[in-house]
Design a protein around this ligand. Structure first.
Ligand SMILES: Nc1ncnc2c1ncn2[C@@H]1O[C@H](COP(=O)(O)OP(=O)(O)OP(=O)(O)O)[C@@H](O)[C@H]1O
Length: 239
């Protein structure tokens, strides 16, 4: 569904991501974990065509992103950083607009409001919502049209425990129904619970998978990061 081949995108100060190679297939949940600044959001922005690679190729359903049609993009649902919404419009109106943009049935807006427990907030202006509720609207908007590829950057941020459970149920159900899902997170326990694979990012590179079968996930996480830091330092010294 989504494929990165040797993708590099660096910024002026040298930060960014390098030589990313990864595939996310239909029906699986892949989580990205890493320290702040590791490159998780950059990878996701590349996946959505919000950034262009300087080297390498990103493919969606086999097509390079430049060749993906509007119909192809309509099958993608994403939430990166803050939800894109009109602050002065109501929650319901915002979801209607998203529905029209994706060409999905506007009658399903009421289902989304119900699913995400937003019915009581449906007539409130978006700007007046709490941060967690804004994020719930963003998730409802990202998933409203039953996307085949779902890309969510730190989706559980600011959510209350009930919404975290709701999100977990939504993602596992959609993966069972064949969606490919990429999520980033700092909550190791949560990703261990839902993800089929947990990819570790460090200093702009994918450095392997985190083994989530052990008791001490934090320890496993920091051990891998530390080892990678040591390797890189040794390589830099050597050459
Ligand atoms: N537009 C930009 N211009 C310059 N540098 C950028 C830009 N976007 C990201 N970076 C840099 O690229 C690196 C990776 O950032 P990114 O936001 O992808 O990290 P992250 O893993 O998502 O971090 P966090 O966990 O804090 O969200 C950081 O050093 C960041 O400062």
């Amino acid at each position: 569904m989504l494929e990165f081949s040797q993708v590099t995108r660096t910024f002026r100060d040298g930060a960014g991501v390098s030589e990313l190679t990864v595939q996310i297939t239909a029906g699986e949940i892949v989580a990205l974990v890493g320290l702040n600044g590791a490159g998780k959001t950059t990878l996701m922005r590349l996946a959505l065509g919000m950034l262009r690679p300087q080297q390498g190729t990103v493919r969606l359903c086999g097509s390079p992103l430049d060749a993906v049609t509007a119909d192809g993009w309509a099958r993608v649902g994403a939430l990166i950083e803050v939800p894109l919404a009109y602050p002065e419009l109501t929650v319901r109106r915002n979801l209607h607009i998203v529905s029209m943009l994706h060409g999905s049935d506007p009658r399903r807006v009421e289902d989304s409001l119900h699913t995400w427990k937003l019915a009581a907030l449906a007539d409130r202006r978006f700007r007046t919502l709490s941060l967690g509720n804004k994020r719930r609207v963003g998730l409802a908007a990202a998933l409203h049209h039953d996307p085949r590829l779902i890309v969510l950057d730190e989706p559980s941020n600011a959510l209350d425990p009930l919404s975290v459970i709701l999100l977990r149920e939504q993602l596992t159900r959609r993966a069972r129904e064949g969606a490919a899902i990429l999520v980033s997170s700092h909550h190791l326990d949560e990703v261990a619970r839902i993800a089929d694979r947990v990819l570790l990012m460090n200093a702009g590179r994918l450095i392997g998978e985190l083994d989530t079968s052990g008791n001490d996930l934090e320890r496993a996480f920091f051990d891998r990061i530390l080892l990678d830091d040591r390797h890189r330092a040794a390589e830099e010294q050597a050459g």
